[in-house]
Design a protein around this ligand. Structure first.
Ligand code: PAF
Length: 273
């Protein structure tokens, strides 16, 4: 497995390759990321993983500075997973000058967008750049970041990007907690509490699958239970899977999405109905 830091070197290495599959990451890899690499390998092409903590997608007061940077450990995991090339650019390679053009995705005021202004513009902009740098045939994203995946698919369609986006199911700990680099921020007590978020999503899923359609009551009851256990809920919302907007009828294909904080740690999760 090769490790390159510069875009020039990346292009040289990729010039000899045919199609490749890209796994964009911010590093600090866990089994969820390795599942993305495994998904990428099923495309039958060489796999390129990018590792870049993208400053553009962090807001003021968010965890950009303390986001764990663990390149050596990440490379060891990627090599063991069968990754062929790691692209870990410096910020000056990705942002050679102040980024005055940015992709402005829709749903900016919805769900995570309402609590992290500018976040999805930062995500879409860096992913578009990575697509241009790597020029993959496939790119793999996890369903834990459901709104991110939704917006990236819309970006690919609307900008006629000729890359197939492959999606990967969320990997969970045995107690149900979705794997995330940010789980490492949890105190012992908060880690023990954290699975409650997915348990609430499952409780809602059971109600919806049995025909409940009183969405706002269901959302309020779950929010209340989480709050009583010390969570600060940003949102917990039943949405239409095809639009990510509130469902107009109970017949719609649904997804339930949530973001909530335990102490200083913000967790997100979702469940498809
Ligand atoms: O999901 C992530 O890790 C990041 O948002 C991504 C897609 C690598 C862009 O920085």
């Amino acid at each position: 497995m090769r490790l390159v830091h510069g875009v020039g070197q990346l292009r040289q290495v990729l010039a000899g390759e045919g199609h490749v599959a890209l796994v964009p990451t911010m590093g600090n890899l866990h089994a969820g990321h390795i599942a993305l690499v495994e998904r990428a390998r099923t495309a039958g092409q060489p796999v390129v993983a990018s590792i870049f903590v993208n400053p553009l997608q962090f807001g003021p007061g968010e965890d950009f500075q303390r986001y764990p940077r663990t390149l050596a450990e990440d490379c060891a995991q990627l090599e063991a997973a069968g990754c062929d090339l790691v692209f870990a650019p410096d910020a000056t390679e990705v942002y050679p000058e102040a980024q005055t053009f940015q992709v402005q995705p829709p749903l900016a005021g919805e769900l995570c967008g309402a609590y992290r202004p500018g976040h999805f513009a930062g995500v879409c902009t860096v992913v578009l750049k990575l697509f241009e740098m790597v020029r993959p045939r496939y790119a793999v994203f996890g369903k834990k970041d459901y709104q991110q995946l939704f917006l990236l698919k819309a970006m690919a369609r609307q900008f006629n990007i000729d890359i197939e986006l492959l999606e990967c199911e969320t990997r969970r700990a045995e107690d149900g907690l979705a794997l995330s680099s940010r789980n490492g921020y949890l105190s012992c007590a908060d880690r023990a509490e954290a699975p409650r978020l997915y348990a609430e999503l499952n409780r809602i899923a059971t109600a919806l699958r049995s025909g409940a359609s009183n969405f706002s009551e269901i959302e309020a009851a779950s929010t209340d239970r989480l709050t009583r256990h010390g969570w600060q809920v940003d949102y917990l919302s039943v949405r239409d899977r095809h639009t990510l907007l509130p469902p107009v009828s109970a017949e719609t294909t649904l997804v339930v999405l949530a973001a909530a904080r335990l102490g200083a740690t913000r967790l997100i999760d979702n469940i498809e109905i």
